[in-house]
Design a protein around this ligand. Sequence first.
Ligand SMILES: Nc1ncnc2c1ncn2[C@@H]1O[C@H](COP(=O)(O)OP(=O)(O)OP(=O)(O)O)[C@@H](O)[C@H]1O
Ligand SMILES: [Mg+2]
Length: 269
Amino acid sequence: MSSFELTYDGANLQKENTVLEVAGLKKSFGGLVVTDDVSLAIESGSITGMIGPNGAGKSTLFNQISGFYDPDDGTVEVNGTDVTGKQPNKIVQEGLLRTFQTPRRLEKMTVREAMLVGAQSQLGESILPLWISGAEVTREERANLERAMELLEFFEIDHLATEPTTSLSGGQMKLLALARALMAEPDILLLDEPVAGINPTLVNQIAGFIEELNQEQGYTFFIIEHDIEFLMGLAEEVIVLNQGRVLLEGTPETVQSDERVINAYLGDM
Ligand SMILES: Nc1ncnc2c1ncn2[C@@H]1O[C@H](COP(=O)(O)OP(=O)(O)OP(=O)(O)O)[C@@H](O)[C@H]1O
Ligand SMILES: [Mg+2]
């Protein structure tokens, strides 16, 4: 396929193999309780799915875990470090990064620029230490560019590197979002509907990419998807969220055959 390779040293890992631990997360908007006492743990090297009807609180949960919303109550630990209420870029530095259900707007940027800006904004104000010399900055920039191109090759969109992002299809935007997320070399990636609204061929291709990143490079994934078939093929464990609460947690087979899940969601998801 491609020459893309990544060394994954797992250096951040502590606390046995738990990369993400969420306890008692609660969030309300006005009088509406959107996540209510959500607790879960994600093992390093796993792929975990999350399903649940529209409005169940799935994206709100990701927003709290990744620092975009402050939880009203509860805690979030990444690699054993308490990151509750921290800014998203600080949480990225601890090893957790999320993608968005609706791709962020990247106007007036080429695909390659979006990759480099992605690295910058995910890691904070500056990804370069202030004390390093001009020559080293250049070396760092070259390394970033190299990584950007490797990732674009991996996702098979390197031919679009100099195209404006506005010319990309919905599916290509999904691939770019994944490639940008990997610029930060997170331990765990939270993907919010990574295959929503794209064609079945590309859905399969993305499943293949995620599988390869997981099995060959050790990345951990936590994935929200309404596409049950996609999730059932990838995830070892699926969490069902209903009205802000964890309803059920189990293997895809267990979840798929659960009466409550069948009755409540699988019929109309
Ligand atoms: N910033 C906000 N202000 C007010 N209400 C919000 C906010 N964010 C989310 N909500 C509400 O929280 C509820 C859950 O929304 P959320 O986006 O988390 O659902 P979801 O499970 O991701 O649904 P979907 O499958 O449609 O993406 C909804 O009723 C939504 O309107
Ligand atoms: Mg959502």
